[in-house]
Design a protein around this ligand. Structure first.
Ligand code: SF4
Ligand code: ZN
Length: 536
């Protein structure tokens, strides 16, 4: 392991040297920019920066000491330390950074481990099919990320001789789906390049540290944050520094309920001192009323350019929010509301097992290339009948059988929230008696239940399927009226219908009537007609 570590550090140093060489010119021009900045009237007030180099050194050491003690052991962190091969290390960090975009660490761990086990190198990933990648990604959301990783790996193999880009600039230019933050994170973590990285967590920490309250997505704030973090980043441990900032944002300086009392950089935090000073002033005022002593507290430090400053908040300070006055985000647009008609089409397979019809989504756009039950986006609610007819015609073409809408059975509705869409699936089902359906085309396939659960389908489709199977399996657990058997007509009816089939149904968790759907409808009719019935 020691050998490995020293090799790895060597590797990192090489990376660092490469950057130093590569950025010699840039450094020169950066110095020039700094000189110009001092003359520039629009340079941010020192209230929002770290003007004292001693402060910067202290902050780095406070943060890194905390990180060394408190950091979570995560598979990609372990790989970034133990993997001596620069190419594999860069690939491993790239995969983790893409998976972590918009997704929680806890969710990513499992996916990451499975991914790295299956495709441990960029060459392995390049040799996989997009279908396999989508299948592996299923459930992680934002599916274009997996597709871009796959495209990127193929580019590395075919155009870069299998070598991952080794600088922040080339990562940014060469890899699809890699933006400014991701390139900086990969460059600093896997290659030891001295660059800061600004993600959502870092935005929050920096805005609070330097009381930056203007819209955190505005260009002046974005540039100010990048320049701040590039000044703060530790030249010896850039990757650890960036991860420490993110870790701090994720675990201490959280969006709601930040743990300021446990924060390693509290002494550097302008928001904290502002809140603290306000509280002190308040209590002194109260005491002052009693003993009429003049306040010994200095005025709360503020931005000298306040009023014209592009980094100061435009909204007034809210005492109730405390440090959460920072950062400020523009009001979120409400998600688009959509309704989609979807139909679970099933038939009995050769071995008697049910099979479900799935169609593939187009290669571009939302959920690109994933599989779903035949579906149709509804224009508006009133168009449901018209769309049902259209979907029925589409399914008829797919299976090569003339079907009518009366074959559709209503199952229910499922809501799935995407980041920008509030999607309601209006679920129907259709049971084909005849197995003699058309052979699947490239974009259609029949899958068994277990194959469907493994397939490249979205979480929304999984929810639809769960609703469908739950409806099938409600069985006899429906009547909770409390009446005895002779009085409760529903229970009598159920008993009458299910006497023999019931045991089989409970044993197999499959419907005990002639078809799952007829059973469901039966239950649903009773359920709707009798409020004292419910599906458990
Ligand atoms: Fe965040 Fe509080 Fe730490 Fe400031 S003191 S950085 S607000 S946790
Ligand atoms: Zn200001």
């Amino acid at each position: 392991m020691n050998k490995l570590r020293s090799a790895m550090h060597k590797g990192k140093r090489v990376g660092l040297e490469m950057v130093k060489k590569g950025t010699a010119k840039r450094k020169k021009s950066e110095t020039a920019v700094k000189e110009e900045d001092t003359k520039n009237d629009s340079a941010p007030s020192t209230y929002h920066t770290f003007p004292d180099p001693a402060d910067v050194v202290l902050l780095r050491s406070h943060l890194l000491n905390w990180y060394d003690k408190e950091k979570r052991e995560l598979p990609w962190r372990t790989l970034a330390v133990t993997e001596s091969d620069l190419n594999i290390r860069t690939y491993a960090v790239w995969v983790s950074e893409i998976m972590l975009q918009q997704t929680q660490v806890a969710t990513v761990i499992d996916y990451y481990n499975k991914w790295m086990k299956r495709w441990p190198t960029v060459q392995d990933l390049a040799a996989a099919t997009l279908e396999e990648v989508n299948q592996m990604w299923a459930g992680l959301g934002y599916y274009s990320r997996g597709k871009r990783l796959h495209e990127g790996s193929q580019k590395v193999v075919s155009e870069l001789k299998g070598q991952m880009p080794h600088t922040v600039d080339s990562l940014l230019k060469q890899l699809p789906g890699v933006g400014r933050y991701t390139a900086a994170a990969i460059g600093s973590i896997s290659l030891g390049q001295v660059t800061g990285a600004v993600d959502g967590n870092v935005i929050r920490v920096l805005c609070r540290l330097r009381a930056i309250g203007a819209d955190s997505t505005s260009p002046p704030v974005t540039e100010a944050l990048w320049s701040l973090v590039n000044k703060l980043v530790d030249p010896e441990r850039p990757g650890d520094f960036n991860q420490a900032m993110m870790e701090l944002g994720a675990r201490v300086c959280t969006p709601k309920g930040p743990l300021c009392s446990q924060c390693p950089v509290q002494t550097h935090c302008r928001s904290y001192s502002k809140v603290h000073a306000k509280q002190e002033k308040k209590s002194q005022k109260l005491l002052g009323k009693l003993d009429r002593k003049p306040s010994t507290l200095p005025d709360i430090e503020e931005c000298v350019n306040s009023g014209t400053c592009p980094l100061c908040p435009s909204e007034p300070w809210d005492d109730k929010l405390g440090v959460q006055n920072f950062p400020r985000k523009p009001a979120k647009k409400p998600p688009r509301v959509e309704r989609t008609l979807t139909c679970v089409v099933l038939r009995t397979g050769e071995d008697g097992e049910d099979e479900y019809l799935l169609t593939q989504r187009p290669n571009k756009g939302l959920l690109a290339g994933l599989w779903e039950f035949p579906s149709l986006l509804l224009d508006d609610k009133s168009s449901e009948v018209k769309h049902k007819r259209a979907l029925c015609a589409e399914i008829s073409t797919l299976v090569g059988i003339n079907l009518s809408e009366s074959n559709f059975k209503c199952v229910g509705e499922v809501v799935h929230i995407f980041s920008h869409i509030h999607q309601t699936y209006v679920v129907h089902s259709l049971s084909l008696k005849d197995r003699d359906t058309q052979t699947p085309t490239e974009s259609t396939q029949w899958l068994t239940k277990s194959a469907l659960q493994e397939a490249a389908v979205s979480t929304g489709v999984k929810k639809v399927f769960i609703l469908f199977t739950q409806c099938v399996c409600v069985c006899v657990r429906v009547c909770v009226c409390g009446l005895d058997n002779s009085t409760c007509c529903t229970r009598n009816r159920l008993d009458y219908l299910t006497q023999k089939a019931q045991q089989k149904a409970l044993a197999t968790r499959r419907c005990f009537l002639s078809s799952p759907i007829s059973h469901y409808r039966f239950v649903l009719q009773f359920w709707k007609g009798a409020p004292w019935l419910k599906i458990l």
